[in-house]
Design a binder for this molecule. Structure first.
Ligand SMILES: [Zn+2]
Length: 296
């Protein structure tokens, strides 16, 4: 793929050419809907959409075209053909390179909305020069978009994977376990602690898999694979309603393809099934399904 995004802070002097506009109404992104096809607005400025932005940030360029994000009022009435959808729904329905920038935009907009006042002296903050940050005009405190690291771990035991149903999931869904990193912990320590706390087992051979920005609202998911070492599953009932070892051929409902959780499960499923395929063609199919596109 040739898509090349270059992050930048300072916008061009004028909005004189069409640009990609990632405009949110609360948590939903405004897109053009033509039949089944959805697309991100590629327009000169927001007047085309009849939007007076509450906030607006320049993002950089995608293949040489400027990109902006903005937030519109909840009460706006959109022009004919324009609708707004959540980012999970839009995954796979708009181009992947644009979806990545939409994820980035969502994070920046949420930060801008939340971090308006200095957390040290409560003065309203201004934009800092030359960086994606805000600066307190009174005490000089700098606020950057917060990024909260969380580990997510796929555990294998005799070709089966550990999946759990987490109580906060609204859907009847099983996934790999995840948790936030605590101050002072390495990622590997966080992975071990989280697994022991949630399901009471010990893991070994923890290997980095990949990472994914997860702006719901501000996480960075850091994926690992690990092997079962010892212990029996004992679930933390405050967080988890069920957990077990699942055969890759007989999985419960798992998360959608947008998530690194699904990429971990697909990778593991592809790996265990690989031996069953004999022809080169079939092997290629599995190999390409294992090539992971991490949203960066
Ligand atoms: Zn201050």
């Amino acid at each position: 793929m040739d898509d090349h995004f270059i992050s930048a802070i300072d916008p061009p002097q004028e909005k004189s050419e069409p640009a990609w506009w990632f405009v949110f109404i609360v948590h939903t992104l405004i897109v053009r809907e033509e039949g089944e096809a959805l697309s991100v607005p590629f327009i000169q400025d927001l007047s085309t959409l009849g939007v007076q932005p509450i906030r607006e940030w320049y993002l950089g360029t995608l293949n040489g075209h400027h990109c902006y994000c903005a937030e519109a009022s909840e009460n706006i009435s959109l022009p004919e053909g324009m609708v707004s959808y959540g980012l999970r729904y839009l995954y796979g329905r708009i181009e992947e390179s644009l979806h990545k920038i939409a994820m980035r935009s969502s994070h920046i907009i949420a930060w801008d909305r939340t971090d308006r006042y200095c957390s040290r002296c409560r003065t309203e903050m201004n934009r800092a020069k030359g960086m994606r940050a805000k600066e307190c005009p009174s005490c000089g405190f700098l606020s950057f978009p917060r990024i909260s690291p969380a580990v997510i771990v796929l555990i294998e035991r005799d070709k089966r994977v550990l999946l759990a149903r987490v109580k906060r999931f609204t859907a009847e869904l099983y996934s790999v376990l995840a948790g936030f990193v605590e101050p002072g912990e390495s990622l590997e320590e966080a992975a071990k602690r989280e697994i022991e706390e949630e399901v009471g087992i010990r893991i070994r051979n923890i290997r980095y898999f990949g990472s994914q920005p997860w702006p719901f609202p501000d996480s960075l998911m850091i994926g690992f694979t690990a092997e079962y070492e010892s212990g029996e599953i004992t679930i933390d009932e405050t967080e988890i309603s069920d957990a077990g070892w699942f055969d890759p051929d007989n999985l419960p409902t798992i998360p959608g393809k947008i998530s690194i959780a699904r990429q971990l499960i697909d990778w593991c499923t592809g790996k265990t099934k690989r031996k069953e395929y004999s022809s080169v063609e079939e092997r290629e199919k599995i190999r390409s399904s294992r090539m992971i596109t991490i949203v960066t």
